[in-house]
Ligand binder design. Structure first.
Ligand code: BGC
Length: 799
C-alpha cells in the first residue's frame, strides 16, 4: 500500500529525474550589464476589466499569500497554485500538454502539432484546440500547457519537433494563434512554450555530477535578427492572439538561462511585444530567485521541491520563503511581486475562471499511482469522461494532416483489391498496452516499443489512450465490408530477413507501415524511419510490385526507397492521434482526398541537412555546451534554397487525387508611400507595435480544380525581398500567406491575401525595428515552395 503523499513525491521525483539531468546551479552567466527595467502589466489589449479585478484581489492578499500565488505547490496536477480559502480562491491547476490531457484517463489523443500544421487548415487547427481545451476544462484544469512554438525545428532530428508545428515561423505563428484562440474559447488558459531557443533536447538542462561538478545547459547563441525573424515570430503571434502565459525554457540563450534572462523577458516579451500575461518556468528551469523575479519570471514550477531539497524533503524553492525574504529586504520590489500576481490573475478573470470552474477530476491521483505501479490503497475512483465526440475531429484532422508524396499510375485511391497485404511493426495494436510508460528515465523510451502502431510521441506531451484504432484493425474492418482478405506480417525482423513464407498468394496491394519515435528528453539519432525500415520496404517491394508505404513519424525522415519503382505510393501520416487507422483508411480508399502539405523539407540525403544537434562527448568546462546558430535564417527550405540543393520533397509539397491550376495572379499596394519603419509613437499592444500588422499589400489569384474528383489544395504565397537592399543572410523566399481551398471538379475560386508591414520587413538590428527594404519585392503564389505558378513584383519603397 502506498500513501498518497508518497505517490506525489514519487511522481515528482520521477518527473524530476526525467526532466532535469542535474541540480539547479547558482552559477549563470549573463552578458547583460544593463538589463532592461522591470516591465509592468497595464491590462492593455482587452484585459482592462480583468486588471481591475486582479488589483482588487491583490489588495486583499498578505505577503505570504502573494508569494504562494507565484510559487508552485503540491497538488493533483502537474502544476499547482495553492488555494486561498479565506478569499474563496480555489487555486490554479496546470496540465500537459499540447496533444492530449496527459496523465489522465478517459481523454482523447489528438493529432500532434506537426500533423495539425501539415493540414495547413486554420479552422481544423482551431477546432483541435477548442476540443482539446474543452477536455482540460472538463477535467478541472485552468491551464493547458501548450501550444508549442519552440522548438521550431532548427534540427530535423529534434526530439520535440512533433509537439510544435512547422520549421517555418509563419505557418507556426498562424497555428499558434489559432490554437491560443481555441483554448481560450473553451475557457482554458494557453501556455505558449518553450521560450526560446530550446531547439535541442541534448543538454537542455544543466548536469551535476556525483562529485558536485556542474555543467551548464546548452546555450543557444542567437543573433538579434534571427531571433526576431525566426524564433520569436510565432511567439509574437501567440501574444497578439492574447496567450495567457508563456513558459520559459530550460536552455540558456546567449549565455543566460531563459528563465532569468531580463533581455528576453522584460525587454522583448513584455516591453517590445506588450505581453500582459505571466511567464512560468519550465519545470525545474528556474536557477535563481531574486535575479529571475526581477528579470521577468512570474511563476516558478513545480515550486515546492527544488532538486536540492528532494533528499532532505524540506521543500525549498527559489521563490517561496526566499522570495518573502527578498521582498522584505528590498531585493525584489513589492510592486514587482504585485505585478507577478496581477499577471497571473488577469487571465483567470479574463476567462471567467472565478465562476463555475469544474473541480479537478478526483481520479487524477489514482491514474498517476497506476502509471507508477503504485496503489493508493483505497478503491479506485473512475475518471470523468471528457471525450465527447472528439474522435470525429481527430479522424478528420488525422487524414487532413496526411501528405501524399508519391502516387505512380494513380495507384491511390485503392480500386477494389481482394487480397490486401499489411506489413510492418507500425500496423497492429501495440502489444505493450495503450500508454507509453516511462520508468523514470526517458532513456527507456529511446526507441519506443517494437510491435504496435505509433500515433503520438513520448514525454510530457504524450497521453494515455482509452482507444487506439490501429491501421491493421481498420484495414481488417474495411476488408470485411468489401469482401477482401488481409494477410499480414508485423515483425520487422522477419520482414528484414526477407521471410515471406506465410504469404500466399502475393497480395494485390502491399501496404507497409513504418514508424519513427520521437520524445522529449532526447533528440532522434536516425533520419530513416526506425526498426530497419529500409530493409523492410525494399523486401516488401521486391515481393510485391504494388507497394504503398505509410510513415508515422515525429518529423523529417529520409526515404532511400522512395524511387524504388515498386513503391507506387508514399503517405507521410505524421502522428495522427487515436483514430490513426480510420484516418488512413479514409485516405487509402479515397473517402477523403489527401490535401496535406509538408510543413518541413524531406531531403534526398542526410548530409543535405547541415545543422547537427550540438552533442559533446566529454565535457569538463562548465560553459562548454555552446550552440551557435550561425546559419541564421537558413533553416529548412531556406537552407535548401540558399544552397541550391534539390530536396526529395520540398516544403509545402503534397499531392491530391485530383489536379489544380492557378491563374490570374495580381499584386497591388494598399498604401501609397508608407514610412519605412513602423510609427514609434503608437502605443504597444499585445503582439508589439500595432503598425506592424497594418495591411500594406494585397494579392489575388484564381484556383481551379482541373480533375474529376472533389478535393482541397493549399495556395501558398511567398515573398522575396530585394537582395541588394537587405543585409546578407536574407532567404531567397519566405512563406507569407496560405489559404486552404475546397473545390468541386471544374470549380474555381478567387483567393485573396493581405500582407502586413511585418510580412514585407526585415529586422533592422541597428535601428532595432522592422524595416521595409527599398526596391522591388517579388511575390509568388504556388502549390509548394518550389512549385510556383504565378509571380509579380511590387515596389513599396523606391530606391
Ligand atoms: C516540459 C514541459 C512540460 C513540463 C510539465 C517539462 O519537462 O519541458 O513542456 O509542460 O515538463 O510536465
Amino acid at each position: 500500500m502506498v500513501l498518497l503523499s508518497n505517490v506525489i513525491a514519487f511522481f515528482i521525483r520521477n518527473h524530476l529525474l526525467t526532466v532535469v539531468e542535474g541540480r539547479a546551479s547558482s552559477q549563470s552567466h549573463s552578458i547583460n550589464n544593463n538589463p532592461p527595467a522591470i516591465s509592468y502589466s497595464t491590462g492593455t489589449g482587452g484585459w482592462e476589466h480583468a486588471l481591475v479585478k486582479a488589483n482588487a484581489f491583490i489588495a486583499r492578499l498578505n505577503l505570504t499569500e502573494k508569494v504562494s500565488m507565484v510559487t508552485g505547490d503540491n497538488g493533483p496536477c502537474i502544476g499547482n497554485i495553492a488555494p486561498i480559502e479565506r478569499l474563496g480562491f480555489s487555486g490554479i491547476c496546470m496540465s500537459d500538454g499540447p496533444t492530449a490531457f496527459n496523465r489522465a484517463d478517459l481523454v482523447s489523443i489528438f493529432p500532434a502539432g506537426l500533423t495539425a500544421a501539415a493540414s495547413w487548415d486554420r479552422d481544423l487547427i482551431y477546432q483541435r484546440a477548442l476540443a482539446l481545451g474543452s477536455e482540460f476544462r472538463a477535467k478541472g484544469s485552468h491551464v493547458g500547457l501548450g501550444p508549442v512554438g519552440g522548438p521550431l525545428g532548427r534540427h530535423p532530428l529534434g526530439g520535440r519537433n512533433w509537439e510544435g508545428f512547422s520549421a517555418d515561423p509563419y505557418l507556426t505563428g498562424v497555428a499558434m494563434a489559432s490554437s491560443v484562440r481555441g483554448f481560450h474559447d473553451a475557457g482554458v488558459q494557453s501556455c505558449s512554450k518553450h521560450f526560446i531557443g530550446n531547439e535541442q533536447e541534448t543538454q537542455r538542462s544543466n548536469t551535476v555530477f556525483a562529485d558536485g561538478t556542474n555543467i551548464e545547459a546548452v546555450s543557444s547563441n542567437i543573433d538579434d535578427r534571427t531571433l526576431h525573424e525566426l524564433y520569436l515570430w510565432p511567439f509574437a503571434d501567440a501574444v497578439k492572439a492574447g496567450t495567457t502565459s508563456i513558459m520559459c525554457s530550460y536552455n540558456r540563450v546567449n549565455q543566460t538561462y531563459a528563465c532569468e534572462n531580463s533581455e528576453l523577458l522584460n525587454g522583448i516579451l513584455k516591453k517590445e511585444l506588450g505581453f500582459q500575461g505571466y511567464v512560468v518556468s519550465d519545470w525545474f528551469a528556474t536557477h535563481s530567485g531574486v535575479k529571475s523575479a526581477n528579470a521577468g519570471l512570474d511563476m516558478t514550477m513545480p515550486g515546492t521541491i527544488d532538486v536540492e531539497s528532494l533528499s532532505a524533503g524540506t521543500g525549498l524553492s527559489y521563490f517561496g520563503a526566499n522570495l518573502t525574504t527578498a521582498v522584505n529586504n528590498g531585493s525584489v520590489p513589492m510592486t514587482r511581486l504585485d505585478d507577478m500576481v496581477r499577471r497571473i490573475m488577469m487571465p483567470y478573470y479574463f476567462l471567467g475562471q472565478d465562476k463555475n470552474f469544474p473541480t479537478t477530476d478526483p481520479s487524477a491521483m489514482h491514474v498517476l499511482a497506476a502509471q507508477y505501479g503504485a496503489s493508493l490503497g483505497v478503491p479506485e475512483i473512475p475518471a470523468r469522461d471528457v471525450r465527447k465526440d472528439h474522435a470525429k475531429i481527430i479522424r478528420k484532422l488525422g487524414a487532413a494532416g496526411t501528405v501524399l508524396l508519391k502516387n505512380l499510375n494513380s495507384t491511390l485511391p485503392l480500386k477494389s483489391p481482394k487480397n490486401i497485404g499489411v506489413f510492418g511493426n507500425d500496423a497492429p495494436d501495440p502489444t505493450d498496452g495503450l500508454t507509453i510508460i516511462s520508468d523514470g528515465s526517458f532513456e527507456s523510451e529511446t526507441y519506443g516499443y517494437d510491435i504496435g502502431t505509433l500515433d503520438v510521441g513520448g514525454g510530457s506531451g504524450t497521453g494515455r489512450h482509452s482507444s487506439l484504432i490501429s491501421p491493421l484493425s481498420a484495414i481488417k474492418s474495411k476488408a470485411q465490408e468489401i469482401g477482401a482478405r488481409v494477410q499480414y506480417i508485423t515483425s520487422n525482423s522477419r520482414l528484414a530477413s526477407n521471410d515471406f513464407r506465410s504469404i500466399f498468394p502475393t497480395p494485390d496491394v502491399c501496404i507497409v507501415f513504418l514508424k519513427t519515435f520521437a520524445s522529449e528528453g532526447r533528440d532522434r539519432t536516425s533520419f530513416e524511419n526506425d526498426w530497419n525500415s529500409t530493409a523492410v520496404v525494399n523486401n516488401v517491394a521486391r515481393k510485391c510490385p504494388n507497394t504503398i508505404v505509410v510513415t508515422h513519424s515525429g518529423g523529417v525522415n529520409t526515404m532511400p526507397w522512395a524511387k524504388n519503382p515498386n513503391v507506387k505510393a508514399i503517405l507521410a501520416a505524421h502522428y495522427p492521434g487515436q483514430e490513426s487507422g480510420n484516418s488512413i483508411v479514409d485516405i487509402l480508399w479515397g473517402d477523403v482526398n489527401p490535401s496535406g502539405k509538408l510543413p518541413y523539407t524531406i531531403s534526398e540525403h542526410e548530409s543535405d541537412y547541415d545543422i547537427p544537434v550540438t552533442n559533446l562527448s566529454s565535457v569538463t568546462a562548465v560553459d562548454e555546451w555552446q550552440a551557435d546558430f550561425t546559419e541564421g535564417l537558413m533553416i529548412d527550405y531556406r537552407h535548401f534554397d540558399s544552397k541550391n540543393i534539390t530536396p526529395l520533397y520540398e516544403f509545402g509539397y503534397g499531392l491530391s487525387y485530383t489536379t489544380f491550376s492557378l491563374s490570374s495572379f495580381s499584386v497591388s499596394k494598399l498604401v501609397k508611400n508608407p514610412p519605412a519603419i513602423p510609427d514609434a509613437s503608437k502605443a504597444i499592444l499585445p503582439g508589439g507595435n500595432p503598425d506592424l500588422y497594418s495591411p500594406l499589400l494585397t494579392a489575388s489569384t484564381k484556383v481551379s480544380n482541373t480533375g474529376s474528383l472533389a478535393g482541397s489544395t493549399v495556395v501558398q504565397l511567398y515573398i522575396s525581398l530585394p537582395q541588394d537592399s537587405v543585409p546578407a543572410g536574407t532567404p531567397l523566399r519566405v512563406l507569407r500567406g496560405f489559404e486552404k481551398v475546397a473545390l468541386k471538379p471544374g470549380e474555381s475560386k478567387d483567393v485573396k491575401f493581405t500582407l502586413t508591414r511585418r510580412d514585407v520587413s526585415y529586422w533592422d538590428v541597428i535601428a532595432q525595428t522592422w524595416r521595409i527594404p527599398r526596391g522591388e519585392i517579388k511575390v509568388s503564389v504556388g502549390f509548394s515552395s518550389r512549385d510556383l505558378k504565378g509571380e509579380g513584383s511590387v515596389t513599396v519603397l523606391s530606391k
